[in-house]
Each structure stands twice: as C-alpha cells, then as structure tokens.
Design a protein around this ligand. Structure first.
Ligand code: ADP
Ligand code: MG
Ligand code: ZN
Length: 462
C-alpha cells in the first residue's frame, strides 16, 4: 500500500456485544438447577422443557433471572421499559431442538433495557435470553446442561477507537459486574466484536464472534484493522483463530428477518411496576469507584493500596471486615501484601479457600499485642490455606520470646557456633549480623523478638 493510505485518517469504529451468564439457582423456563461448572458430567441437569421435547411448555420466566437482569442493566445506567416480551428466534441447529431460542430482542420486541452508559461508552440496549445446548461437531454429542440458562446480552454503540480502549473498558466492566454478583464469574464473558473502518453507524461492519478473553479480543481487533485497511470493510461474520492469530470468514451476515421472530405465545408479557424497579435501583451495591472513595476517606488508605484492594470484591470485603477490629493501617499490609502473597503462591482466589475472618483477626491481634513475632505469624498464615484455624491453642507454644536473658543465651550460642561470621562482622562486614540474627531466629523457632535479638548481638559483638 502506498504512503498516502497510511496517512489517510481512519475512522475506526468498534462496538461490542457482551454475553454473560446470570448466576441464578434455576434455569430460565424450568426447575432444573443452573449448573455453572463446565466440568460437570453432561446431561445431568435436564428435563423435557430444556431438552425441547415435543409438547413441553415453558414454565413462567424465572423471577431471579429477571431481577438479576434488571440489577445488571441498572448498574449500567440503562432505562428500563416497563413491558416486554420473549420472542422466538428461529433457526435450525443441533444445539436447539425446539427450533427457536427465546429472547427479549429482535424484530417485534421492545428492548427491556436501553440507553445506558458505562464509563465513557454508551450502551444501546441489554436483553435477556436463554442459552442453547452445547454441540460438539466432532463427536456429534450434545450437552443440555447449558440449555435454558439465563444469559444477558449487553450491546454497546461503536464508540471504541482502539483495542486498548476496549480492553480497559472490559476489565472495568468485569470488575463492576463482579461487585453486583449477578454474573457467573467462572464461566466468564463471551464477546462478539464489530469493527469497521470509514463507515457510518449501522453500515458495513465485520462481526468477529465468540471471543473469550481480553487477550483474544485485542488481537482480533488489531488483526481486523490491518486487514480492513488492505481489503476494505465487508458486511460479514468472521471467527478468530488464536493459533494462527487471524480472522476467517464464517458467513455473510444474516438479516434480522432470517430468524422469523414471533412473540412466544407460551410466555406471558412481563409487566414491571415502577416501585419494583425503583427499589432495585436504590438497593444496588456500591460500585468499585464508590468503594475506592470510601477506602480513601473512611479508612485513610493511600490511593495505591485502595486500588489494590478494590480490584477484588472478596479482598476488599475481607479488609473491611478485618478493619472493624484491627486498625486499618495495621491490617493493610497483612492483606494487600501477606494474604495476597499466600493466595498467589497457592494459585487460589480468596473465595476458593476457607479463611475465616475471625481467625485472621486473632492472628493480627496477637502480632499487635506482641504475643507473636511477624515471622511466626507469616508462617501460620501460610498454613491458613486451604483452611484457617484458631491460633488460641497454638499461641502458648509459639509465644514471642522477648525475655532478654533467654535471647542472650541463644545469641551467645550462635556466636560460639559461627566464628567465621563473627570475624567477618568485626572486620567491617555489616551484612554478617543479619546472618547471625537469622541463626538466633532459627534456634528460637522464629519466636525471638527481632529487635531485641539485634540489640543483644550488637552489644555482645562490640
Ligand atoms: P446485529 O444483530 O446485526 O449484530 P446489533 O444491533 O445486534 O446488530 O449489533 C450491532 C453492533 O454493531 C453494535 O455493537 C454496534 O455498536 C455495532 N455497530 C454498528 N454500526 C457499526 C459500525 N459502523 N462499525 C462498527 N460497529 C458497528
Ligand atoms: Mg447481534
Ligand atoms: Zn430443565
């Protein structure tokens, strides 16, 4: 391509369609449990309704699903329409035995949630729909555990300009959604990305379907921008192949009419009363930004640590709980440094282990009261995974030794056993003292008070 095309102003537009599983106890139109683990044995949570048996009829839409859908939409500042209806979206595919998917979108539908905004990006609409089953084209097997799970789809305006903007926005969206606990974290989000160059809104655009990670999304966008610069923007659906880092054509874009949307006669119109919506709105949990402000103002946490805490709801809630009994300034490092270190070492999240906040408080209190050395406490914290315990019983065996004569005896022994280090120290090798203190700590099973041990050694070596 010539120099000119490189310099030409590109009008890049990127819009997202984001799908997430609402974490309800039951499926959308039947009483089957929502199984949110991809490792569950296939077809163990199924019934005639969610397997689309002839003659089966859906139950009334799951109230919990509608409520969580509304919470999520309101968190994204959408306006809620008081009346909406499920439509049948027809297509033939092995994952959909009844021949249609129920969705509150499409040709004849009023979208339940519209005109939202999250950060600097406007949201066109959000709607609720059921998930089809999972079909494996290689084996021909179908797993219906997923069939009928409630999904939310969030559609943004094409207001993103770069892959970086998309990545940052999505990270913040995922964090915000984690705060309201309406979306199943384990299953993650599935995102379709629409990309065009030099097109009007609604004009030709390429839709890259089924992206599962932010990394994939970034790479697919970057690939598409370069490809469209060379080949132009067609109206088509593509898939991303991560092993080759490229997108390939799936199909020419289908039109809305192809789905033959009709209102589902088996499902009632859903009418919300205004009070109900207002109530959900006013009882929304704090957003990450609100939490951040609170940490800085109420607990006087520095901005950096407040950011670390608020990046994870479980951690920040744990901190707030601990801070009810332990001064926040004291608790801070124990959580943002020590607890995170132990979790990372074990490759676990806080909600995957059983750390009782009472046990954690006991541990910190003991350090604060100088009944435990920091070293000993860190060692105990390591043992809190996978399950914490009360340290009351162990405390008497591990109590800090701050008795000077007891430590002096240990220090003398260390000096006697380590003539080389002593010699080095006397010759001006300052670092050798750390080795000697380490030996005192070892002999005392990490119970000696660090500062006392240091003072005594320095005195003895003078
Ligand atoms: P469809 O059903 O055809 O996928 P939707 O309305 O569901 O259409 O989704 C449209 C998506 O395409 C939205 O995310 C929107 O932001 C995006 N979009 C619309 N126009 C453009 C454009 N010119 N370039 C890129 N994306 C666009
Ligand atoms: Mg779409
Ligand atoms: Zn079922």
């Amino acid at each position: 391509m010539g120099k000119n095309s490189k310099n030409k102003m590109q009008d890049i537009k990127i819009g997202l369609e984001i799908h997430g599983y609402l974490n309800t106890e039951k499926k959308l139109f039947c009483n089957c449990d929502s199984i949110h683990s991809p490792t569950t044995i296939p077809n163990t949570s199924i019934c005639p309704i969610c397997t689309g048996q002839p003659g089966s009829k859906p139950m009334k839409p799951n109230k919990e699903a509608i409520e969580k859908f509304l919470q999520t939409s309101l968190m994204l500042n959408c306006k809620i329409n008081p009346k909406f209806r499920f439509q049948r979206k027809h297509y033939n595919w092995p994952d959909l035995p009844k021949g249609y998917q129920d969705t509150i979108s499409g040709a004849h539908s009023t979208n339940p949630a519209v005109e939202g905004k999250f950060e600097n990006i406007k949201i066109i609409e959000a709607h609720l729909e059921e998930d089809p089953a999972a079909w494996n084209p290689e084996t021909g097997c179908i797993d219906y555990n997923r069939s009928g799970l409630p999904l939310i789809e969030i559609v943004t305006y094409p207001e993103f300009k770069t892959s970086e903007e998309v990545a940052t926005w999505l990270k913040n969206l995922i964090l915000t959604l984690s705060y309201i606990k309406t979306i199943d974290k384990k299953l993650g989000l599935k995102v379709d990305v629409n990309i065009s160059i030099n097109q009007e809104f609604g004009g030709n655009r390429v839709e890259v379907k089924n992206l599962h990670s932010i990394e994939e999304i970034k790479k697919a966008i970057e690939f598409e921008i370069i490809r469209q610069e060379k080949q132009g923007t067609q109206k088509e659906t593509r898939r991303y192949d991560s092993s080759k880092n490229q997108t390939t054509v799936m199909r020419a874009k289908e039109n809305l009419e192809d789905y033959e949307f009709i209102p589902d006669p088996d499902l009632p119109t859903i009418t919300l009363d205004k009070k109900q919506t207002e109530k959900i709105k006013s009882s929304l949990p704090e957003s990450p930004q609100q939490k951040l402000k609170k940490l800085i103002k109420k607990h006087k946490i520095n901005t950096y640590s407040a950011n670390v805490l608020s990046k994870n709801l479980e951690i920040v809630e744990f901190f707030e709980h601990v801070a009810e009994s332990i001064p926040p300034a004291f608790a801070l490092d124990w959580i943002t440094i020590e607890l995170l270190r132990v979790l990372k070492y074990n490759k676990k999240e806080l909600d995957q282990v059983e750390i009782n906040v009472k046990h954690f408080i006991e541990l910190l209190q003991a350090v604060k009261d100088k009944k435990l050395t920091e070293l000993k406490a860190k060692q105990i914290l390591n043992q809190f995974i996978p399950k914490s315990f009360s340290i009351k019983d162990t405390l008497k065996d591990v109590k800090t030794i701050d008795n000077k004569s007891q430590i002096e005896t240990l220090a003398k022994q260390v000096i006697k056993e380590n003539p080389k280090a002593v010699e080095d120290f006397k010759a001006g090798e300052q670092k050798s003292i750390n080795f000697l203190i380490g030996q005192v700590m070892r002999l005392s099973e990490r119970r000696a008070d660090f500062k006392v041990a240091k003072n005594i050694l320095e005195k003895l070596l003078k």
